[in-house]
Write a protein that binds this ligand. Structure first.
Ligand SMILES: [Zn+2]
Length: 312
């Protein structure tokens, strides 16, 4: 059984300005590091198909879909970018990149459920976990993990799926989409108080939210995960696990102020895999979210993939 690596060239064509940290170079840095670490050839590389609009519509409102589809500038427009908010913008490739990003997560979900592969990592942009039912924000357009989770439930007939989010930011979009949904359990930790300033009060009944102060290190996170995430995941017995895999909690990443290392991301991955092996037939689909220090991102994804692919 193999680990698949889903991506598509369109995911590198979406960009929001040369100054923007959520850059195409992120995917290139990951690919380079996988080659340098000699694990690239051990992965099953797959081109992401495009999702259908009907896939997006399982999670997002028609208005939210329309806003992205219709506002991407044409290739001949005098404007390179259409701003959605202060730090989120569309270029002429964004719509196509969005369809590939969601399409990767859906295709990975199908391949894992069909037992073609053991698990998968989707190296995609734009990221998704800040995208709520109605809004795109925080570098995110559509919620790739939520779209894939709904596909697993509504199209593939699973009854219970879990979402693990270890990005430094709270996955407010995912919480909005699955609030009080008994088929979904979401576990996360995030720096707080911090963007998007949510998740700490009145969490939904199916959320295990762990706000942590800036400058928390891996030992604190490991204890909290052991005490809070793992018992909740085991009690829920998910049939499949999705990971919102953000690597901006790395200590070298200036986007946040948490102190994780590659070893911590490997440890987190191992814990999720143990639950997946016990309850979920090993089914995991992991999708890239944040991670903006290119070196730390690339090393962390490599550590994550080494564990997923059972290479260490
Ligand atoms: Zn983030």
């Amino acid at each position: 059984m193999t680990t698949a690596y889903y991506t598509h060239a369109d995911c590198k064509r979406h960009e929001m300005g040369s100054w923007h940290p959520e850059s195409p170079e992120r995917l290139q840095a990951i690919e380079d590091q996988l080659i340098a670490s000699r694990i690239s050839t051990l992965l099953d590389h797959r081109d992401a198909p495009s999702a259908e609009e009907s896939d997006l519509a399982r999670v997002h409102t028609a208005d939210a879909i329309y806003r992205i589809r219709e506002n991407c500038p044409s290739e001949h427009s005098e404007y390179d970018h259409f701003p959605l908010d202060a730090d989120t913008a569309l270029n002429s490739y964004t719509w196509r990149a969005c369809l590939r990003a969601a399409g990767a997560a859906i295709a990975a979900t199908d391949a894992v459920i069909d037992a073609e592969i053991e698990n998968a990592f989707c190296a995609v942009r734009p990221p998704g976990h800040h995208a709520s039912r109605k809004e795109s924000m925080g570098f995110c357009m559509f919620n790739n993990v939520a779209i894939a989770a709904r596909h697993a439930l509504d199209v593939r007939g699973l009854q219970r799926v879990a979402i693990v989010d270890f990005d430094v930011h709270h996955g407010n979009g995912t919480e909005d989409i699955f609030r009080d949904d008994p088929q979904v359990l979401m576990v996360s930790f995030f720096q707080h108080p911090f963007y998007p300033y949510s998740g700490d009060s009145e969490p939904a009944s199916n959320m295990v939210n762990i706000p942590v102060p800036a400058h928390s290190y891996g030992d604190v996170i490991r204890t909290l995960v052991t005490e809070k995430w793992l018992p909740a995941l085991r009690a829920f017995q998910p049939e499949m696990i999705f990971i919102s895999a953000g690597f901006d909690a790395h200590r070298e990443d200036d986007m946040g102020q948490l102190g994780l290392t590659e070893a911590d991301f490997a440890w987190l991955t191992r814990q999720v895999m143990a639950v997946a092996k016990e309850y979920s037939k090993g089914r995991i689909v992991s999708c890239l979210e944040g991670g903006y220090n290119l070196s730390a991102l690339a090393r962390s994804v490599t550590a994550h993939l080494k564990v997923l692919a059972d290479l260490e």
